[in-house]
Design a protein. Structure first.
Length: 247
């Protein structure tokens, strides 16, 4: 199957359409893109052929060619440790944390928490400050009782995202859903931690003790002078987030 009538004999301007969409998509997303489309050449006589644009997303680029070696680190030097992660490599020069406070979070008001996260996300994007986002339950959950129902634009400034379980029950990780196409596409680190199921470690006490830049009803913004270091071994699905200055 060569598609010669289309590509060589130009019975339908598919290459021109594709060039235009790829150029506009790359400009709009700031990264190479991939698209899904359909073409109908079997229209009735006298009717124009049809091009259907289905969806567009950033092109997934793997960074797992080189394995990131993670040395043993004491828990007291860590914000988070997980054996269920997405991504690969090291992330540095992060000095901000946006966290949903597990001690104040109310599952019945998860939509309000999502709006607070969105407001801080907008401020940090405007300041060009990537941050670590820490939440309770599933990020992007369609069920607000199982997590925080954010959309991608509400957390798009995060460099690393942590999904922590509730205090009273374990939440099934949401990795693998369509929401996480953006996680892999934009090469964002993603940690899943469920302390009840002995799946990782998250120092909630240390986070709660840090003075916030902004303290909302459910969400706190922390900022540090020294950088936070994130290291992820994508091949072994291991990752750590070190406290400021411990990298």
């Amino acid at each position: 199957m060569t598609f010669a009538p289309i590509l060589k004999h130009r019975i339908f301007p598919l290459p021109d359409i594709m060039d235009l969409i790829l150029e506009m998509g790359t400009l709009g997303m700031g990264a190479p893109v991939e698209i899904e489309f359909a073409v109908n050449l079997g229209t009735p006589p006298g009717q124009p052929k049809e091009f259907a644009f289905l969806q567009i997303r950033p092109l997934v680029l793997s960074r797992e060619v080189e394995e990131m070696h993670i040395q043993a680190v004491r828990d007291e030097d860590l914000i988070c440790r997980s054996s269920h992660v997405l991504g690969n490599g090291a992330f540095g020069d992060i000095r901000d944390v946006v966290m949903v406070d597990i001690h104040r979070f109310d599952r019945g008001k998860s939509r309000e928490a999502a709006e607070e996260v969105s407001a801080l996300n907008s401020k940090l994007i405007a300041a060009q400050r990537p941050y670590v986002l820490i939440g309770v339950g599933r990020w992007g959950s369609t069920d607000p009782w199982l997590g925080i129902p954010v959309t991608w634009d509400q957390i798009s400034g995060a460099s690393t995202i942590v999904e922590a379980g509730f205090k009273d029950f374990v939440v099934t990780p949401s990795q693998g859903t369509h929401f996480f196409q953006n996680i892999t596409s934009f090469q964002i680190g993603y940690f899943t931690v469920n302390t009840l199921g002995d799946q990782g470690f998250l120092d909630w006490q240390w986070l709660s003790e840090q003075p916030p830049v902004e303290d909302l009803n459910f969400v706190r913004h922390l900022a540090f002078e020294k950088p936070i270091t994130v290291r992820i071994n994508g091949q072994k699905s291991l990752g750590v987030i070190l406290k400021p200055g411990k990298g």
